[in-house]
Design a binder for this molecule. Structure first.
Ligand code: 13P
Length: 256
């Protein structure tokens, strides 16, 4: 199976010129890498600027609303529907990122509605889960279980093939590579996530479901996460804004 490496640019960069530069810097390398599905998730505003027809690089969005308006009616100021994204050439969408849960009050119920709408539109969904902190009593495991169970409630079995889980421990986001989670703990978490998902998704699909890691993924830790942590790829934040770093991660993923 191909590895999946996703660039989450968040609310960066500040100008379309910079966005174009970063994008071209990544595209040049990504085009030559065949063992990795490379996805770039820019701010909505830049999505239409990137022409990716027949390209090995895929476009993603950082969020999508939970309604696909019927008959063109969309009284949801400020929102963007999954269908609109699909028409703009977007293949993937990140849903339930911890920064949206934290800053915009997104609940598991809202995340669930968004996951459903995006999957119904035919987008591939990257559902983010992750704990704020690790407590000794292991309450964080229950927290992740709830995020998964509530986030995926009522999803059609046939749609699970378009699902990716991104495990992003919140405490590891935006740090240096050395402060990321450890490969051993990510491996344990992936096993746990699959155990929670099995009754929901079914044995076969759970086995094939990609689990990617996010939280200060950088070239320094990428190989260990792939080899020892056995992740299927990465959701990369700050390192995805630096083409030389992101391209290094792509190369490592291609060779691991
Ligand atoms: P960093 O790679 O900057 O830690 O961000 C991770 C993240 O939130 C990706 O979605």
């Amino acid at each position: 199976m191909k590895k999946l490496v996703v660039a989450n640019w968040k609310m960066n960069p500040q100008t379309i010129e910079e966005a174009n530069n970063i994008f071209s810097g990544i595209k040049r390398t990504a085009q030559k890498i065949t063992g990795v599905e490379t996805v770039i998730c820019p701010p909505f505003l830049y999505i239409s600027a990137f022409k990716l027809k027949d390209s090995l690089v895929k476009l993603g969005a950082q969020d999508a609303f939970w309604v696909n308006p019927l008959a063109g009616k969309g009284p949801y100021t400020g929102e963007i529907s999954p269908d609109m994204l699909k028409m703009a050439g977007v293949k993937y969408v990140i849903i339930g990122h911890s920064e949206r849960r934290e800053n915009f009050g997104e609940t598991n119920e809202m995340v669930n509605k968004k996951v459903k709408a995006a999957l119904e539109s035919g987008l591939k969904v990257i559902l983010c889960v992750g704990e704020k902190e690790r407590d000794h009593e292991h309450a964080y495991l229950r927290f992740i279980k709830t995020e998964l169970e509530e986030g995926l409630r009522g999803i059609k079995k046939t749609n699970f093939k378009n699902l990716v889980i991104a495990y992003e421990p919140i405490w590891a986001i935006g740090k240096k590579g050395a402060e990321a989670d450890s490969p051993e703990s990510v491996l344990q978490m992936s096993i746990y996530i699959r155990r929670v998902l099995q009754p929901i998704v079914g044995k076969e699909l759970t086995h094939d479901l990609p689990i990617i890691y996010g939280g200060s993924a950088e070239p320094v830790n990428a190989e260990a996460f792939l080899k020892e942590g056995k992740v299927q790829g990465f959701l990369v934040g700050h390192a995805s804004l630096k083409p030389e770093q992101f391209n290094e991660i792509l190369k490592i993923a291609n060779e691991s």
